[in-house]
Ligand binder design. Structure first.
Ligand code: AMP
Length: 396
């Protein structure tokens, strides 16, 4: 489907052109028409499917073509993380480049100046506000946010928001909104608690399911069954060979991120760390350095496993086995974006074997096991049925 067939405003088509999009992705094909028709939707769609533009484009069209109040906030997009807020705001800037639609991202972690700038925009009105829940509540508590004329509410990565404990914050924000509005809910997974949230918020929603519970086929996956104390050395060895040009290493704990980054840096590798102990400025700076190629290795917690769209990542390493299959798919999906190829390595320690076996079950096939160079010494057998897993979180 071509975007022009949707009858989008010419200024939006120009933005789409400038972004280099030619045809609509499957999620865009399915959600744009109902959104343009003013319907509520609930869509199961993962990051990487083009879901951001799928709601931004029809929202922009409706803002440009239906009457709206310039002094009000017309659309509110609530997202779980600052990084996702920034990314959506940037995408919006591109798509809305030829329009006069105003927007602002409102997220925590900035300095006093950014709070003041947010306050100014929220007081004088902005067509589209992209926000994280906590920061929006902070502004709402001060009483100046103009939400009475709001027409569109988007909850993006809604499952992630529930997992992060934001359901009360979302409910509170909604008490400030007019009852008559269009609601769009996007979520990678649809656990039962999502249905409960959807029932509270949506009116006769159109249901769309584009969830791919399988990683893209162009990702080559390999697992290395090792002892815990072998992991850091093996990663240093993998990255020292310089076979890969842009790498993300995921760790489940901040402490592991910090320790591994220090090890990689001391081996003179261009690595940087991202986790929630860093201030917002450093996080943005490190991401920017990585995007620009100043560094080529990012060691991160799951903060980066969803929603972040960085091109050309050719290797994802799971230092720890992720907690469940969905998280695994999100993490490895950071590579092989936009139809390129990618590699995903997972280091599986003895106590993580049964957790990894459950991920293999979700994938529907075992992941190929790689051999560690002999210099690292003997490695354990892969025998998940005999090992006890710790910390496995079952999702559904
Ligand atoms: P998302 O799932 O929204 O994170 O989008 C993933 C990536 O796909 C982003 O880099 C978008 O800019 C890009 N994208 C979105 N829609 C299209 C499209 N129709 N054609 C090509 N790329 C797209």
């Amino acid at each position: 489907m071509k975007f022009i067939d949707l009858g989008l405003d010419q200024r939006i088509l120009d933005g789409i052109d400038a972004m280099g999009y030619e045809t609509a992705t499957p999620v865009q094909q399915q959600v744009m028409v109902p959104i343009l028709e003013g319907k509520d939707i609930i869509a199961a769609a993962q990051t990487g499917t083009g879901k951001t533009a799928a709601f931004l484009l029809p929202l922009l069209h409706r803002l440009l073509t239906s009457p709206h109040h310039a002094g009000d906030i017309n659309a509110l997009i609530i997202v779980p993380t600052r990084e996702l807020a920034i990314q959506i705001a940037e995408g919006l800037e591109g798509l809305a480049y030829f329009t006069d639609v105003s927007s602002i991202a409102v997220y925590g972690g900035g300095d006093g100046n950014s709070f003041a700038a947010e306050k100014k925009a929220l007081t004088s009105g902005a067509d589209i506000v992209v926000c994280t829940p906590g920061r929006m509540i902070a502004h709402l508590n001060m009483g100046y946010v103009k939400l009475k004329g709001l027409k569109y509410l988007v909850l993006d990565e809604a499952d992630r928001m529930l997992d992060m404990g934001f359901s009360d914050d979302i409910a509170k924000i909604i008490t400030y909104l007019p009852a008559e509005r269009q609601n769009l809910l996007f979520s990678a997974t649809m656990p039962q608690k999502m249905r409960v949230l959807a029932n509270k918020i949506l009116k006769n929603p159109v249901e769309i399911n584009i969830a791919i519970s399988k990683p893209p086929e162009q990702i080559v996956q390999k697992a290395f069954v090792v002892y815990d104390n072998q992991k850091a050395g093996i990663i240093k060895d993998m990255l020292g060979s310089k076979r890969f040009s842009k790498v993300i290493v995921f760790c489940s704990k901040k402490q592991n991120v910090k320790e591994l980054t220090a090890i990689l840096k001391s081996a003179k590798l261009a690595a940087e760390e991202i986790h929630s102990d860093l201030d917002q400025k450093s996080r943005e700076q490190y991401l920017q350095d990585y995007r620009n190629g100043k560094t080529n290795i990012l060691v991160a917690t799951d903060i980066l496993s969803r929603g972040i769209d960085i091109e050309d990542i050719d290797l994802v390493i799971n230092y720890d086995v992720p907690n469940d299959g969905e998280d695994y798919i999100h993490r490895i999906g950071r590579t092989a974006r936009a139809a390129t190829t990618g590699t995903a390595f997972t280091l599986v320690s003895e106590k993580e074997q049964s957790k990894f076996a459950l991920i293999e079950e979700l994938l529907g096939a075992p992941v190929l096991k790689g051999t560690v160079p002999a210099e690292f010494g003997p490695t354990p057998e892969y025998n998940p049925k005999q090992k006890k897993s710790t910390g496995f979180k079952k999702r559904r």
